[in-house]
Design a protein around this ligand. Sequence first.
Ligand SMILES: [Zn+2]
Ligand SMILES: [Zn+2]
Length: 111
Amino acid sequence: MKHHIRRLSGSCHCGKIQYTVDNQPFDGDYCHCRDCQKITGSPVSAWMDFKDGQVTWDNEKPKEYHSSATIRCGFCEHCGSTLSYRHKKHPEYITLGACPRIGIVVKESWI
Ligand SMILES: [Zn+2]
Ligand SMILES: [Zn+2]
């Protein structure tokens, strides 16, 4: 991916959960799967993948629930926004949404 964003940040709708990442994601994509549609309430979701240690959470961290046998979905308990998900088999990675610049980051993997 060729883009020039040095710092990415995102937050839930109410703003109680915020994150910043000073690294570029190692991957990013749009997902049209049924789970993402249900989780986000939209036909497509956009995600960026980081190593867990790269992400700084301000204030609170997302609560997590098991959206499937292998996925833990992170959300804000105050406003219900979806922020993240993690795969049980890859605990070293975290996938983030809820970033206003995500479209720029993920654009080049758009099909
Ligand atoms: Zn919130
Ligand atoms: Zn999906």
